[in-house]
Design a protein around this ligand. Sequence first.
Ligand SMILES: Nc1ncnc2c1ncn2[C@@H]1O[C@H](COP(=O)(O)OP(=O)(O)OP(=O)(O)O)[C@@H](O)[C@H]1O
Ligand SMILES: [Mg+2]
Length: 206
Amino acid sequence: MIGARALTRRFTVGKQVVEAVRGLDLTIEAGELVAVLGPNGAGKSTTLRMLTTLLPPSSGTAIIAGHDVVADPAGTRRRIGYVGQGRSTGDYFRVRDELITQGRCYGMSRAEARRRADELLAALELEALATRTSETLSGEQRRRLDVAIGLIHRPLLLFLDEPSTGLDPRPGPISPDISGGCIGSWGPPSCSPRTIWMRPTRWPSG
Ligand SMILES: Nc1ncnc2c1ncn2[C@@H]1O[C@H](COP(=O)(O)OP(=O)(O)OP(=O)(O)O)[C@@H](O)[C@H]1O
Ligand SMILES: [Mg+2]
């Protein structure tokens, strides 16, 4: 499902080159739950941004669900959902409208986007907030909306950056029918993920 080879990203800031990710190899199979751990600045967000086509790698390759992130970014995006580390919603959009708009951006018909939005509002217990604007939501409610947006187009796989930040642990499962098996619940996962440890490139190797 994910195959990355020698994935590298450098940033140039003024005269300084920051190597955020160096030579990352990654193989993740369909159905796996994987947690990428590491200290601040280890390159987790940069990796996710490369795997989700938001940032071109400086070198290396990444194939996501059979699509090369550089050669076929549109094909990749159709198959993935992405919940970024920051908020992904506009302050002044109403919750349900935001979901429908995002669905339309993925090419869903109006009726289909409405149906899917209502399904996700129920699954993430956002129904009572459907007509509220994002700016009126609590941090946790807003984070749940982020997760709903990541699932709107029924992605094959879901990338979550710092998924549990701001989310309380919840027993409430999200049915595989809704999430496509991407996640079983929100908040910390109920089953143990495979963990991958990233270390900052500035740390000595060994
Ligand atoms: N646009 C950018 N320009 C310059 N440097 C950047 C840029 N984005 C990230 N970096 C640098 O790359 C390194 C990795 O950053 P990244 O955000 O990927 O880390 P992270 O593991 O997600 O950290 P955190 O746990 O704090 O979210 C850091 O040193 C960061 O300063
Ligand atoms: Mg980060």
